[in-house]
Design a protein around this ligand. Sequence first.
Ligand code: PHE
Length: 438
Amino acid sequence: MLAAVGSAVGLGNIWKFPYLAGANGGGAFVLVYLLCVAVVGIPLLIAEVLIGRHGRLSPVNSLARLARKAHASHLWPLAGAVGMVAGLIILSFYSVIGGWALAYVVRTASGLFVDVTAEGAANIFQGLIRDPERLLAWHTLFILMTALVAVRGVRSGLEQAVRLLVPALIILLLVVVGYNLNSGHFMQALDFLFRPDFDRFGANGALQALGHAFFTLSLGMGAMLIYGSYLPAAAPIPRMALAVALLDTLIAMLAGLAIFPLVFANDLAPGSGPGLLFTTLPVAFGHMPGGTYVGTLFFLLLVLAAWTSAISLLEPLVAWLVENLRLQRSRSVTLAAFLAWLLGLVSLLSFSRWAFSFRFGGQVRHNGWFDALDVLTSGIMLPAVGLAIALFGGWVLPRRITAGELGNGPVGHLWRLAIRYLVPLAIATVFLGMTGVI
Ligand code: PHE
């Protein structure tokens, strides 16, 4: 379970959630996102862990084994394969942002942000993302760090790290939230984040909220499925899924309350995009007592959180390479990490030489390939795989298997209702909304 928390809690909560909420108008996005976590995320998290624990193999092969057992189509493992590719694509840009976080550890520690203005922080950020050579070094370091742990095969170290990481992260976020309580723009942030305004919220916002529920809970690409395959038979899956989702949501909300009061206090644009975290928090660290230490520790923890997520992004593909191509684990990791590194170059250059804008769902995206890969994974692949997993778990897996894992009590019953009807309906509705059918 600690590994699952490590996978879920990452850049998604602290870096991505705030900028998505900002770009999509705040409250309405947050509300729909929370609904998606509760209604779609938790049942799917249970389904993935359950399938993994019963299949005991990588996502593709677990699905194949269970499909055979249920005398179902041999196409079901395709969902695992799509998820595996999604994981690789996500890792490619995740590592670039992990690189930003690494760079910020050094920048904060060096005292660069002492007394910095919002404008100064923005300039420092632009200086970094427009410098491909420097980004390449950090991106490479981040991938190497990920590969190194992955070669050793997760477990004990990872779990220890998560045990320390999560409480420490919560405390540091609370420190920034506490600082913001005095800064005077806290109420405005609360209002922005929690008062829904559906006038400017449409199908595209709903798709991003749904996609982010998948991204933040590491669903739809097999990470939770593979961690399920390592889970002891006696562990209570629903309770664990609930705990993972609650912790993950708590950290995202705290990140929102750490960032938005600063946005309003410094007259910044909430919708400024992926740089939001990196242009706001340094301003707070630059002015609070002991801010250099707090800030350095914060970015270190952010790197650690990103690291434990990145390992889980690699794991389904690595396990598949080991099982199907009979590669050694170290070779599998090297191959997968190299592919992610290579593809990462595309995102890395999206902020400078290869920058371009495009429209998707009525919204202009400014960050070229980086945004395109994000739309492709969070907006399309993860929910599509999620839909397949829901149908598989709800309609294909024999009831004796799911009841064997979840029992025949009210929890199992509720889960079955949700995974059969609610989850597919919710995902289909959002997809159809995007196509303009409804
Ligand atoms: N859940 C991670 C985060 O929020 C990212 C992630 C997505 C990890 C998908 C694994 C799979 O940062």
